[in-house]
Ligand binder design. Structure first.
Ligand code: BEZ
Length: 158
């Protein structure tokens, strides 16, 4: 069963890339008392995520934040080094690149998927959420393509 609108986002300790390497960060510290847009992608540097999904949020970050969003988080089942490098390559300074290296978030959310066929293993589904003080207010999952979880769709919902 996947997370639903109205549910509390799972409490987990994940990683971000800091100056000296991977650092722990809790989802509670990222979400508590804040309005947050979080989007998840199947993989850093994959075509749909690199050409469309993340660049859309980079382009719309200021407009999204102007609608009262404190932070925008991008997560994937990739390690902190990969997430940091991907954020740097995409000029995603305004976006927190949250590494779910072990797939704990994807599994806790019930939004994991098996991408063994193309050689990626267990990854996250593609989705976007609006989360207010830890409570999920919007959850849009894309089975194919980048549509319901796009920056444009999330912006329209804010
Ligand atoms: C993509 O283009 O986003 C993608 C490609 C292969 C596997 C997962 C995602």
């Amino acid at each position: 069963m996947s997370l639903q609108i109205g549910d509390t986002f799972p409490s987990l300790t994940l990683k971000v890339l800091g100056e000296k390497g991977p650092e722990d960060v809790t989802t509670d510290s990222l979400l508590s008392g804040k309005k947050v847009v979080l989007f998840a992608v199947p993989g850093a540097f994959t075509p749909g995520c690199s050409n469309t999904h993340l660049p859309g949020f980079v382009m719309k970050a200021d407009e999204i934040k102007a609608r009262g969003v404190d932070s925008i988080i991008c997560t994937a089942v990739n390690d902190a080094f990969v997430m940091g490098a991907w954020g740097k390559a995409q000029n995603a300074e305004e976006i927190i690149m949250l590494a779910d290296g072990l797939g704990e978030l994807a599994k806790a959310a019930g939004l994991d998927q098996d991408l063994s066929a193309p050689g990626l293993g267990v990854r996250s589904q593609r989705y976007a959420m609006i989360i207010n003080d830890g409570k999920i207010e919007l959850l849009n999952v894309d089975a194919t393509g980048v549509d319901k979880s796009s920056a444009e769709t999330v912006l329209a919902a804010l």
